[in-house]
Design a protein around this ligand. Structure first.
Ligand SMILES: [Zn+2]
Length: 452
């Protein structure tokens, strides 16, 4: 460890109690995306006590602050997430919500980064600016609620980072970094893999006709059966998904507003169509729409489909991964670090949207146990998940911004983003949005199916 790195370790260790308290507090106050006001307000107070002036999103949770080294150079954004998940079966769920993805540790870790950078001399020798950002709504859940916010004009996109990009909060940022909490690896402290799926988010509603379920079921059209057929039609497609595309389709059904003695006339579902390329996201989504619509047609039911932009595929930039890996090795030693330059994860994150515009790395700090998003998920080593995460990010920031921000400049210059501008990115995402009346019954006995 260099003297500078030792100083970072000391600075973060001085904030350890505050970091660990934040981890516990936020764990106990889980809220879903775009409603995380309790965590927002808790963190706002801590950040302001450290002397930061925050720019708050205002009508949604989340904030950022800028730290200027006073020397020219690129702007590095370090992010963390605020939101929890509907995991009502977790023993420690609060109001049906749990931090079963460990975002509470991310938020606590970024508080540690903020504390470390507020320490005397923390910016000595660094160039450029650092933007620290607390972002809402990474988990793309509760789609009808988000559609309501979109229709009211509060948000334009369902994902917090996509929304922050849309609002201009990443304008002028050149590269980005974040840590995600990792579970179930006792052998290592810090890790990273190469890529993660992108996805299209969708809600769809089957509509049938209600009737007395005992007296006159022959007068009804069972929307629930149509939905089950739709799921089965999609399941029959699964072997047409190419292995290399990493396609995932995992619909959930909402409850029917019906009774056991009524043929249900409406059933809504949500799903993602995930894949590792934008082309596969779009082509497989079309196949799924066609299958869902065909199932409706087979029963005389109708189907509304609402496709919404989800997240872009996430590719971490290998030269930046190597720099972050070295920072992790400097902190905990090579035997506690696992960076995989080939593995692709099936999950998705709106950090994919960030790296569609600039180089970035989302890496992992372990310290949780159980399954991510599961009822057995707990934080067991908050020092690893939060305190180490803060130190590792500060080590990486130091490596990027020292020596006139030489490494950051090299990485930015070498990166070829998917989109040349924010406007191009927004136009692409907007092009995914579609509302389809997917099945139409014609007078002449034909059926029209719209799937794209
Ligand atoms: Zn997560």
């Amino acid at each position: 460890m260099t003297d500078r790195q030792q100083k970072i370790v000391q600075n973060v260790d001085q904030a350890r109690e505050m970091i660990l308290a934040a981890e516990r507090w936020i764990w106990k106050h889980p809220q879903a995306g775009f409603t995380e006001w309790e965590a927002h307000n808790y963190l706002k107070e801590k950040w302001e006590a450290l002397g930061y002036k925050l720019v708050e999103a205002g009508d949604i949770p989340g904030f950022y602050t800028d730290i200027d080294t006073g020397r020219p150079g690129p702007t590095l954004c370090i992010m963390a997430e605020l939101d929890a998940l509907d995991q009502g079966n977790h023993p420690e769920a609060v109001n049906g919500m749990t931090h079963a993805c460990g975002h509470n540790c991310q938020a606590a870790g970024l508080l540690g980064v903020a504390a470390g950078l507020a320490a005397l001399g923390a910016l000595d020798g660094l160039s450029g600016r650092i933007r620290l950002m607390m972002v809402p709504a990474e988990e793309l859940i509760q789609l009808p609620f988000r559609e309501g916010l979109r229709k009211k004009g509060v948000i334009h996109f369902y994902g917090g980072k996509a929304e922050f990009i849309y609002r201009g909060y990443l304008d002028g940022v050149d590269l980005a970094m974040m840590v995600h909490t990792g579970a179930d690896r006792d052998d290592v402290d810090l890790g990273c893999h190469y890529g993660s799926n992108g996805m299209i988010a969708k809600t769809f509603t089957y509509r049938g006709k209600s009737a007395h379920a005992g007296g006159s079921p022959f007068n009804g059209i069972n929307a629930e059966y149509a939905a089950v057929l739709g799921i089965n039609a999609c399941n029959a497609l699964r072997e047409t998904f190419k292995d290399q595309d990493h396609v995932r389709f995992h619909p959930i059904m909402h409850g029917v507003s019906s009774a056991v003695n009524i043929i249900p006339d409406e059933l809504s579902m949500e799903s993602y169509v995930r894949a590792i390329t934008v082309e596969a996201m779009k082509s497989e989504n079309e196949k799924i729409n066609r299958a869902l619509a065909g199932a409706a047609a087979s029963m005389g039911a109708r189907l509304e489909i609402h496709d919404r932009p989800g997240y872009m595929p996430e590719w971490r930039f290998p030269p930046m991964m190597r720099l972050v890996e070295q920072a992790c090795v400097d902190l905990v030693g090579a035997d506690k670090v696992a960076f995989d330059y080939e593995r692709i994860g099936g999950g998705s994150s709106d950090f994919g949207d960030v790296v569609s515009l600039m180089p970035g790395v989302q890496f992992r700090a372990y310290g949780a146990t159980g399954h991510g998003h599961g009822t057995d998920y707990y934080i067991v080593d908050p020092d690893k998940a939060c305190v180490n995460a803060a130190k590792a990010q500060l080590f990486a920031a130091e490596a990027l911004l020292e020596n006139g921000a030489e490494k950051a400049r090299e990485i930015v210059a070498a990166y070829e983003p998917t989109f040349k501008s924010k406007e191009e990115y927004i136009a692409f995402l907007d092009s995914i949005l579609q509302d389809l009346d997917a099945v139409e019954y014609n007078e002449d006995g034909t059926v029209t199916i719209r799937y794209k």
